[in-house]
Design a protein around this ligand. Structure first.
Ligand code: SF4
Ligand code: SF4
Length: 68
């Protein structure tokens, strides 16, 4: 699974534009988040984020609060 660190994200929108599943939402507060129910784990967003705000995590572990 993939998630976005909202403290690092600049809301540039590059990941949202590349997501084939429309799983990424841009928030007015200035960050994006990934809906784990829509994400297909393709990893495309991880590759386009030049700020390294996106990270992969083990879905069997507890979902990080920053993914909410
Ligand atoms: S590409 Fe990175 S910095 Fe840009 S909106 Fe996505 S997570 Fe945020
Ligand atoms: S891993 Fe793929 S499907 Fe999931 S949010 Fe990123 S680009 Fe979208």
């Amino acid at each position: 699974m993939f998630a976005i660190d909202k403290d690092v994200c600049t809301a540039c929108g590059e990941c949202k534009d590349c997501c084939p599943c429309d799983a990424i939402t841009e928030h007015e507060e200035g960050y994006c988040s990934i809906d784990p129910d829509l994400c297909a784990d393709c990893g495309a967003c991880l590759d386009v984020c030049e700020f390294n705000a996106i990270f992969e995590y083990d879905e069997s572990a507890e979902i990080p609060h920053i993914n909410q």
